[in-house]
Design a protein around this ligand. Structure first.
Ligand code: AMP
Ligand code: ZN
Length: 503
């Protein structure tokens, strides 16, 4: 079966074929570890996990690696010059506050002024959350690459770029990449040099222009003794630019100049991935870094991107423990919620969506229990020609159409197959990709209704009664009461729905 993935580089869904037949080599931009990753971040990490599992489902061997950005950087490191505040300084301040509020346990990060302790704490938290949600690469420590452990390789690549005329030391002593030395700059994002006017969208800062050959030239190394995390280098004691870490680590760990797939969230297309291409191709002389560039659109809250800087974010723990929606859910429920909408469409995080996912996970779990009971737990291996697997495979091969796949699987999960052992075999293969049908015994927390939620549901029922009685004054009072408790009130054909306001 042909697999088609949408490639940001060509803006088309292309047939996927690995560069080398032995293995698919895949790199995913991972988290910055100055804070907990939020569920928006996890939408992009789970998207990468589903790509990997899909390829494995189709019989490919996949070498998947992900980086951890634990180098200090600046709050403004997407800008060409690394302006802003030192992220570790900001993190130290936050950790001190979070220790008071209990978000960071008292025993953790004993010295918040030690950036390595901060990075380690949030790296561990990230890996724990990623494992909880079934992100496979998070279980493979060799494939989790820490930027701070690859500074030498970054310096080698920078030296190589200087030697090849792609980089230079600016008037201010900063090493810059010369975008004019790379004619295809802008190919991925459309931000070609003629379109990149100075200051456009805040992407190119004016201030530093005198020091650089072109305003879009971006930083590879900055000597800065005041920076909290710093390393010696031929260009002074300082720190690397953000983009260089991914170029270096992908090449080093995947062992190739041209890899198959590179993933990230849509905000990384420019400048991060555009700059990665310029660096890698500048160093290797190849005209391609990754054959497929794949990007997940944003997870939104009330129409806005969920982001750390806006403060409108929920962590995985917030959702699982019920702080986000008033309902505790099993990790499989959150996983399904974050993968079920097409990755190339924005998705809105709502309580209703989460409860729908809880219903689907419950249905799959019950189905598994039913099949296991019918066949004594002995699954039979099945090929892709097995009907439900064929439908599942076709949907996946169509640029990861998970919604389409679920449209086939969920009705099937309500049926009573005459061949339970084969059906269980099929369910297992489906679950190898989606990982949303846990064993029944581990699902006890799913869709548990917390005390608060039960009370809100009671108010909704009273509101429906008041409406039926046409007692509009009472209905208004109840509506206000529900709203006061932080819920939006909506009317549906099945009665009142209260949705926890998420921001
Ligand atoms: P960061 O830790 O900010 O570097 O982000 C890690 C990953 O999460 C990157 O691939 C981002 O593009 C992605 N990301 C950030 N915010 C969101 C969001 N709201 N929805 C989906 N992906 C996101
Ligand atoms: Zn990256």
């Amino acid at each position: 079966m042909e697999i088609r993935f949408y490639n940001t580089l060509t803006n088309t869904a292309e047939i996927f074929q690995p560069v080398a037949s032995d293995c698919v080599r895949m790199y995913s931009c991972g988290p910055t570890v100055y804070d907990f990753a939020h569920i928006g971040n996890f939408r992009s990490f789970l998207f990468a996990d589903v790509i990997r599992r899909t390829l494995e489902f189709f019989g490919h061997k996949v070498h998947h690696v992900m980086n951890i950005t634990d180098v200090g950087h600046m709050t403004d490191d997407a800008s060409a010059d690394g302006a802003g505040e030192d992220k570790m300084q900001a993190a130290a301040r936050r950790v001190k506050e979070d220790k008071k509020s209990g978000r960071v346990p008292e025993g953790a990060v004993q010295n918040p002024d030690d950036p390595y302790q901060i990075a380690k704490f949030y790296t561990d938290a990230f890996l724990q959350d990623a494992q909880t949600l079934g992100v496979k690469v998070a279980f493979e420590s060799d494939n989790i690459l820490h930027a701070t452990q690859h500074i030498d390789t970054m310096q080698e690549m920078i030296a190589q770029l200087i030697a090849k005329g792609h980089a230079y030391v600016g008037q201010d002593g900063v090493v810059y990449y010369s975008v004019e030395s790379f004619p295809s700059y802008g190919r991925l994002s459309g931000n070609t040099l003629d379109r990149l006017l100075t200051g456009a969208g805040g992407r190119i800062s004016d201030e530093n222009q005198a020091n650089k050959r072109h305003p879009a030239d971006f930083m590879l190394w900055k000597a800065d003794n005041s920076h909290i995390m710093k390393w010696d280098s031929p260009w002074g004691t300082g720190y690397p630019g953000w983009h260089i870490e991914c170029s270096c680590m992908a090449r080093k760990r995947l062992g190739r100049d041209v890899i198959d797939i590179h993933t990230g969230g849509e905000d990384l297309i420019f400048p991060h991935h555009e700059c990665e291409i310029a660096q890698t191709c500048g160093a290797t002389g190849e005209d391609t870094f990754a054959r497929f560039w794949m990007h997940a659109r944003f997870l939104m809250v009330e129409g806005e991107k969920m982001s750390k800087s806006k403060g409108n974010f929920w962590t995985v723990r917030d959702v699982l423990e019920g702080r986000a929606t008033g309902t505790q859910v099993h990790p499989a429920v959150l996983r399904l919620e974050l993968i079920k909408s097409h990755y190339r469409a924005n998705m809105n995080f709502t309580k209703k969506g989460l409860l729908d996912s809880a219903g689907a996970v419950r249905r799959l779990t019950d189905f598994r229990a039913k099949l296991e009971a019918a066949c004594g737990g002995k699954a039979e291996p099945v090929e892709l020609t097995y009907p439900i697997l064929q439908e599942f495979a076709e949907a996946l091969a169509d640029d990861l159409n998970i919604a389409g796949a679920l449209g086939a699987i969920l009705p099937w999960a309500s049926s009573t197959p005459s061949d339970p052992a084969a059906a269980l075999g099929a369910l297992n293969r489906i679950n190898d990709v989606l990982s949303i049908a846990p064993l029944g015994s581990t699902l006890s927390g799913a869709a548990q209704v917390s005390g608060e939620l039960a009370a809100i549901e009671d108010l909704c029922r009273q509101l429906d009664d008041a409406r039926r009685r046409k007692d509009f004054a009472a209905a208004d009072g109840l509506r206000m009461e529900i709203q006061k408790q932080g819920y939006d009130v909506k009317t549906s054909p099945n009665g009142t729905i209260a949705e926890k306001r998420l921001a």
